[in-house]
Design a binder for this molecule. Structure first.
Ligand code: ZN
Length: 415
């Protein structure tokens, strides 16, 4: 699927150290494993509502990782999916009387335009789930053959049975087990499974936490003819299959919002290990949640601040990016409407400072400060503070400083 335009990316003299990242699976920071290049999979949107600042903040975090990797000389392969068929999307389409395909296409377009406004480097492979339904069906068939999956009687479908993943069998016979990535206790797993699309009460499952791999066709729902009959993919397996098609295991980083820690990333990893025998990812990185008006920004609460609306109201997208970068990606934080006002003023000062840049060829102390901050678990607040100090103290900039703000923070002060 088409992604979006690649922003300009100046190259800098010297190179960054290899970045460390906090790993959810171990609870500690590690140097990212780039022995086979930067193999990055970040879970994409379900396109039923426009990109809000919570999403934008997550994709900016992994954009920052891509930028510091590239500056460190790492060849990056970045893959992202779009969950363009799923229950919440279908429900929204039904409620609003819009065809689900049109809803997905229009919201994916808006996402592309938001990412482009924010200067996010696009994925090398931006993959719609509806384009890989056959591949998912073949992988689910393979899991049935190897007994890591099983069918559950589905009387309301005339197209066969739903298929589930056997977490206990995978836990006994592979390198994967429940908790390997999330490190959660069983009660919390159950709560998140129920809240985040799972169906613990479905009759016929072997373990209440077994996730759906394949949904047999139901009346009035979209479905595709496949080796498993008519149906559509479960949620977690789509990411596994797309990652396996474009990246080699173990991934360097599997990333997303912290609401994907369980069950989504744990189960995607389980499917991947059951299919290949390999460890799925060497590191799992998660971005915090953004709140607005006292509550987590979410579609269901309706308290969304949208990138597209900020930009449409005339806000400089660089100010939106800067406002987001001022928060550490792992923290949960709250957006206030005057955040962007402060960032607009800051961008104005930075642009005036950059206008006096003299030609440079060497990495400067500011470049080193930016590299060190970002290589340390993507510490963008510290990187922003380094630029702000140089501007406030009126340290005469060189063209390399201005390039570094552009290449590493994604903010073009010459535009
Ligand atoms: Zn995913």
């Amino acid at each position: 699927m088409r992604s979006w335009n690649v922003p300009a990316l100046p190259s800098l003299p010297g190179s960054a150290p290899l970045p460390t990242l906090h790993d959810t699976a171990t609870g500690s920071k590690h140097v990212t494993d780039v022995s086979r290049g930067g193999q990055l999979y970040v879970c994409g949107i379900t396109p039923y509502d426009a990109t809000h600042l919570g999403h934008a903040s997550t994709y900016l975090a992994f954009d920052t990782l891509g930028r510091i990797w590239r500056d460190a000389g790492v060849e990056v392969t970045y893959v992202q999916n779009t969950t363009d068929v799923d229950d919440p999307l279908l429900e929204r389409a039904r409620d609003t009387g819009v065809d689900w395909r049109e809803l997905a296409a229009s919201q994916t377009d808006l996402f592309r335009s938001d990412m482009e406004h924010l200067g996010v480097i696009p994925p090398d492979h931006f993959v719609a789930v509806t384009d890989v339904v056959d591949d998912v069906a073949r992988s689910v068939s393979a899991l049935l053959e190897s007994s890591f999956a099983y069918r559950v009687d589905t009387p309301d479908s005339s197209a066969g049975d739903d298929v589930y993943f056997d977490v206990d069998r995978a836990g006994q016979e592979t390198l994967w087990h429940l908790g390997i990535e999330s490190r959660l206790d069983p009660e919390t797993m159950m709560r998140f499974f129920r809240e985040r699309g799972g169906d613990p009460d479905r009759d016929g499952k072997r373990n209440a936490l077994d996730p759906l791999l394949w949904r047999a066709a139901r009346d009035g729902e979209p479905s595709w003819p496949t080796v498993l009959g008519e149906g559509r993919p479960g949620w977690h397996i789509e990411c596994t299959v797309i990652a396996l098609e474009h990246l080699s295991l173990p991934l360097s980083v599997n990333g997303g919002g912290s609401d994907l820690i369980f069950p989504h990333h744990e189960m995607s990893a389980g499917h991947g290990t059951a299919l290949t025998g390999e460890t799925f990812s060497s590191l799992y990185a998660h971005a915090g949640m953004v709140a607005y008006e006292g509550e987590k920004m979410s579609k269901s609460l309706g308290n969304l601040v949208k990138v597209s609306e900020l930009v449409a109201s005339g806000v400089d997208p660089r100010a939106v990016r800067l406002a987001l970068l001022q928060h550490h990606y792992r923290s949960d934080w709250e957006w206030f409407d005057d955040d962007v006002t402060a960032s607009i003023a800051r961008i104005t000062h930075w642009v005036a400072w950059a206008a006096d840049a003299t030609p440079g060829a060497e990495a400067t102390p500011l470049v080193a400060a930016l590299r060190d901050a970002l290589a340390d678990d993507l510490d963008t607040p510290n990187a922003v503070a380094a630029v702000e100090r140089a501007v406030v103290e009126d340290v005469p900039p060189t063209s390399v400083d201005v390039d570094a703000v552009h290449a590493l923070l994604g903010i073009d002060l010459r535009a």
